[in-house]
Design a protein around this ligand. Structure first.
Ligand code: ADP
Length: 177
């Protein structure tokens, strides 16, 4: 679908294979790699990503940092840190919102025109996907309302259950989006 002039799509797959300008990594505060999507990005992208992350020296929850993409088909990795669901309570929504919003803002600063997001915080960090989804889309729409200038936003979901939730939300909210 389109919002303003931005194409927004959801797909099932592996984010490391996306040929977009930037893919977003669901990183942790150290930026030194982890499991899940973070592990897959570092493994396929190679050491250059880790070396740049070491120089950056970490990232607070809700913020975003950028590196090159090593061997991956995209140009940049935007590393953001979502909240650990069990340890933030009333700040979860704002921190998850910020992770998406700040990733998009950083992308626009680097003239990135296409970006792919995983379902941040919904793996090891335990954020229920049905609660996450109602933060994700408003964050993206708010960003597009205030900044614009990004052509293509993809949500790349790695498992069927999460894809289904996104798909249902997407279908049901087409009128608003
Ligand atoms: P977090 O610690 O933020 O929860 P995880 O990497 O554990 O990060 O999980 C975030 C989401 O990324 C999960 O929904 C998981 O299914 C998904 N995921 C894992 N590997 C990939 C991949 N290669 N491409 C896209 N999404 C992935």
């Amino acid at each position: 679908m389109e919002y303003n002039k931005t194409k927004i799509s959801i797909l099932k797959g592996d984010i490391t294979e996306q040929k977009v300008d930037a893919i977003v990594n669901a990183a942790n505060n150290t930026l030194l790699g982890g499991s899940g999507v973070d592990g897959a990005i570092h493994k396929k992208g190679g050491r250059i990503i880790l070396e740049q992350c070491k120089k950056i020296g970490g990232c607070p929850t809700g913020e975003a940092r950028i590196t090159t993409a090593g061997n991956l088909p995209c140009k940049y990795i935007i590393h953001t840190v979502g909240p650990i669901y069990s340890s933030n309570n009333d700040r979860n929504e704002k921190l998850l919102y910020n992770a998406y919003y700040n990733s998009l803002e950083l992308a626009v600063n680097y003239n990135i025109k296409s970006i792919a997001f995983p379902a941040i915080s919904t793996g090891a960090y335990g954020y229920p996907v049905k609660e996450a989804i109602i933060i994700v889309f408003p964050a993206v729409i708010d960003f597009l309302d205030s900044n614009g200038s990004i052509d293509n936003i993809e949500f790349v979901l790695h498992n069927d259950e999460i894809f289904t939730v996104y798909n249902e939300y997407f279908t049901q909210n087409l009128g608003i989006l």
